[in-house]
Design a binder for this molecule. Structure first.
Ligand code: SIN
Length: 341
């Protein structure tokens, strides 16, 4: 339940001596008197999102002198993948950070982020999201009742499976993959003639263990944090898709927050986001190292020629996307903008 009391916030503008005193007093506040923000997410704590969520909670606590308490629930303990967005809109939780693919059922244009090989690196993703297209995508979320507080990232996805090295597009034929719930991701695997099923992230390990699926796509840090590699024989470093997150609150909840609290949340997210980008890169580098060292997966690095074959096989998706959402989302991709000049 949302526990907000519009408690007088005069302490936030007190002199430092007074602030010190109030800070002590705030520690004595009952749960009913504080603002409690329940932040539910589905990944482990030692992941970019997991670590960013904890840092955000501690920054908010510090900046509000304990008046705002962000309670973080990782690993889908409170709500699973398919449940957390509805729980946010119902007001059962106040904050989530789903993968962009997962909000595409509310704003389908977000599928642009999952277009195959759309971005070469994270800088390109940032450029795209900071431009017109990014603004449009964020505005659409507001129209659907969300307040997008910020964007966090994980990194690029790689392919893993139990059967064979995935080198050519034909290698996917008939293999069973778990995917995130996203039409554009579904289309990618269908183009590759794979079989697919949509499951929550926390089910992937067991599905692999019980041989209900052959493979999956994810970032190094997600693969390692869930031990997915221990159930897989092959990994192709393809960097075919970006995995990023939108940090969301319900707009109605946000609008009711006092302005100084909104400012604290905004400042905290900006600080955490800058830190999160570096930390995500580091965690993914460390996880790749672990995958190399474990001796459990055979790693294939997609060559430029092989990548071109994959891109060619997945090309029809771009036309379908254009037909449905317009050419602007494709034209604004940094690689296409460069080609224009
Ligand atoms: C996440 O990073 O939030 C989960 C990604 C997935 O569902 O594969």
């Amino acid at each position: 339940m949302i526990l907000i009391m519009i408690f007088p916030l005069f302490f936030l503008s007190l002199t430092s001596c007074q602030t010190q005193k109030v800070a002590e007093d705030n520690e004595q506040l009952s749960r009913e008197e504080r603002i409690v923000i329940r932040f539910s997410h589905i990944v482990g704590e030692k992941t970019p999102k997991g670590m960013a969520a904890r840092k955000f909670a501690s920054l908010v606590k510090e900046k509000s002198n304990g008046f705002v308490e962000v309670q973080v629930f990782p690993n889908g303990y409170l709500y699973k993948d398919g449940e957390e967005i509805d729980a946010l809109l119902r007001g059962d939780i106040q904050m989530i950070a789903p993968a962009t693919a997962k909000i595409s059922s509310y704003v389908p244009e977000w599928q642009a982020i999952d277009l195959p090989f759309a971005f070469q690196d994270t800088d390109e993703v940032h450029e795209y999201l900071e431009g017109n297209v990014g603004n449009k995508l964020l505005n659409e979320l507001e129209r659907k009742g969300f307040y997008p507080l910020g964007m966090w990232e994980n990194g690029f996805k790689q392919m893993t499976n139990t059967s064979k090295p995935l080198v050519k597009p034909e290698d996917f034929r008939g293999l069973r993959f778990r995917i995130m719930p996203s039409e554009i991701i579904r289309q990618q695997f269908l183009e590759l003639k794979a079989e697919l099923q949509t499951n929550s992230f926390n089910e992937v390990y067991q599905l692999l263990e019980k041989n209900k699926i052959d493979g999956q796509e994810n970032t190094y840090s997600n693969i390692v944090s869930k031990g997915i590699h221990s159930q897989q024989k092959y990994m192709t470093v393809s960097n075919h898709g970006y995995l990023g997150y939108v940090v969301l609150l319900k707009k109605e909840f946000w609008d009711k927050l006092p302005e100084d609290i909104q400012q604290i949340l905004q400042e905290s997210i900006e600080e955490v986001t800058a830190w999160e980008k570096t930390m995500a890169r580091k965690l993914n580098d460390e996880s790749l190292q672990e995958l190399k060292n474990c001796g459990c997966v055979e790693i294939h690095y997609l060559s430029e020629e092989e990548k071109q074959l994959w891109e060619e096989a997945l090309k029809p998706i771009y036309q379908r996307f254009t037909n449905r959402f317009g050419a602007e989302y494709i034209k604004q991709l940094p690689r296409n903008k460069e080609a224009e000049h």
